[in-house]
Design a protein around this ligand. Sequence first.
Ligand code: AMP
Ligand code: MG
Length: 408
Amino acid sequence: MISREEALRHVLTRVAPLAPVTVRVPAAAGRVLAEDVTASRPVPPFANTAMDGVAVRAADTSPGARLRLVGTVAAGATSEREVGPGEAMRIMTGAPLPPGADAVVKVELCFFAGAGTDELVTVGEGVPVGNHVRPVGDDIAAGSVVLTAGSLVTPGAVALLRTVGRVSVAVVPRPRVGVFSTGDELVEPPAELGPGQIYDSNRAALVALVNDAGGEAIDLGLVADDEAAIEAALLDGAARCDAVLTSGGVSMGDFDFVRTVLDRIGDMAWMQIAIKPAKPFAFGTIVVAGRPVPVFGLPGNPVSSMVSFELFARPGLRAMAGHRDVERTPVRATAGEDFRRRPDGKTHFARVVVSVDTEGGYVARSAGGQGSHHLAAMASANALAVVPDGDGVVAGAAIDVLLVEPVS
Ligand code: AMP
Ligand code: MG
């Protein structure tokens, strides 16, 4: 058996970020930037007011000072007229400061009297130069690098790209990931189950996991335990996709033909990993039209396939999508109950529900049945608890968890 770290290293040293593509700015959200983004002009591009109020010369203000109103500047407008000594101009948030003015008194501190050319404003305070003024380039200096290649395009980054005037940007694309399941016992709902048959649950789960991990899943269907059919599905997937995920058929059984076929047409490493669940895992490449396509061979047991995806395929696909942080960072929780186990040389990944205790810390409790076929517990879990080799973790002790869903 090899360690989880070694298996992951094996994957990560054999996948590379996909070639960049140019996409429109909102569609770049969630992708990794493939270029440095520079601001060609300052933001804000002109000095403007942060408040509705009056634009003034700061030197003219003091509590009770009366100034003559000489106009209004709305957002989107400009004023040619200068604010002279003893004068003020109404101004709305985002409007450029008129010439002559160097500060703003907010409207809540203004008392207006008179009308038309005789309108006066009494200001409630003396203000310093620059009061409520957003200077040119206060947010971003012209020529500065605002986003760097390799960073994630967050919603905030989308706003930043727009504010510097970008229409499109180079990003690492979503990997297109072909997914198929194998097994003569599997059928598709709504077909009735015959004797010995079960519904194919892995394929749908893997499609959801791929999309959730930032990939674009391509459903390659349910494939029989038949060498020719498996070979055709693998070659079709490799031709159409950036990576292929298979479910089942990688163990030592008589009908585990995924293994037979991949050994013949691919360059695969078959791993036994010191973890439970998801001990068997295969990774390698198939070369199609001169292009090596990564193949992840996941075990068939439903929980194993999902845990194997989480620990090995997800980081691999994230690396292909250009992410620098490909693994989840473990967080510390308190065991809300005993997590008993026997020493077996493996790290166990228990399906747990993590919640916030009364002190605000995380507490982890078993999500239910811990067998590799126990999907009900998998569905209610929001984390995998890392139970190291040994006798387990007792209630109240610290336990590391990988949060795979939000904590509610
Ligand atoms: P295998 O890895 O093909 O030997 O399958 C191991 C176990 O997982 C068997 O009990 C299979 O019936 C089950 N299994 C395999 N593939 C799937 C699937 N796509 N959906 C649900 N169960 C599966
Ligand atoms: Mg099978």
